[in-house]
Design a protein around this ligand. Structure first.
Ligand SMILES: Nc1ncnc2c1ncn2[C@@H]1O[C@H](COP(=O)(O)OP(=O)(O)OP(=O)(O)O)[C@@H](O)[C@H]1O
Ligand SMILES: [Mg+2]
Length: 234
């Protein structure tokens, strides 16, 4: 990542809170003061029951949302202080994001969905399409590149979302239930794929999961309950 201090952790959350205000007297305190750090090349699992604040936290870590209070820093630099160019670089190049709800564009083919994050990259359209095709091949979808999301199974859509997140070769991959819609065998294949990226390219992984087997594969586990970290285990 550009312009950072090499000694600072890749990512830190410091006393992060997020309050959703739905109206007068109707506030949801989704995060109530969460602090932790993720180092380069780490593999961290975030676990916790439904509604405990996991997706809220991931959105903040991915700079898609701002904390109500507290700080999220990349290489020691507060996301709050970044200008639009830095934020765009962070979101488009440094971080890959796999959303709980995929968020594929329904009118585009699988290939074009995966090409999207590459549009600001150097290289010809043909090169970008080739990179996207390789990413789809990595997730086992070489024979589905021209399908639109509505013409794919849930698990296949999940894999397109993963291909889109890894096509830019980000330093950090944030994944919200990446195996949540997959049968156990496909889920295992996806985890092996993420671990290959982690091992071969040093990609840091932060993976939300409710599956014990998926959490057990991470070097570190953070458990959220009611918007607070209640346990951290190595
Ligand atoms: N945009 C929003 N507006 C208001 N409240 C929200 C919003 N998003 C989430 N919440 C609330 O914040 C709390 C945390 O939600 P979050 O989506 O982070 O939970 P989660 O741990 O990801 O749950 P799940 O495992 O079901 O995905 C929940 O009580 C939820 O209802
Ligand atoms: Mg969630």
């Amino acid at each position: 990542m550009s312009g950072g201090q090499e000694t600072a952790p890749l990512l830190t959350a410091e006393e992060v809170t997020r309050v959703y205000v739905l109206g007068r007297d109707n506030e949801v305190h989704a995060l109530r003061g969460v602090s932790f750090a993720v180092d380069h090349g780490e593999h961290v699992a975030i676990v916790g029951s439904s509604g405990s604040g996991k997706s809220t936290l991931l959105n903040l870590l991915g700079a898609l949302d701002r904390p109500t209070s507290g700080h999220v820093r990349y290489h020691g630099r507060d996301v709050r202080d970044m200008d639009d160019t830095e934020l765009a670089q962070l979101r488009n190049a440094d971080i890959g994001f796999v959303f709980q709800s995929f968020q594929l564009l329904p009118r585009l083919t699988a290939l074009d969905n995966v090409v999207l994050p590459l549009v600001y990259r150097p290289g010809s359209p043909r090169e970008r399409r080739e990179r996207a095709r390789l990413a789809l091949e990595r997730v086992g979808l070489a024979d589905r590149v021209t399908h639109r999301p509505g013409e794919l199974s849930g698990g296949q859509q999940q894999r397109v979302a993963i291909a889109r997140a890894l096509v830019t070769e980000p330093a950090l991959l944030l994944a919200d239930e990446p195996t949540g819609n997959l049968d156990s065998r496909t889920g295992e294949e996806i985890m092996i794929l993420l671990e290959e990226l982690h091992r071969d390219r040093g990609t840091a992984l932060v993976v939300i999961t409710h599956e014990a087997e998926v959490a057990a594969r991470a070097a570190r586990r953070i458990e959220l309950r009611d918007g607070l970290i209640v346990a951290e285990a190595a």
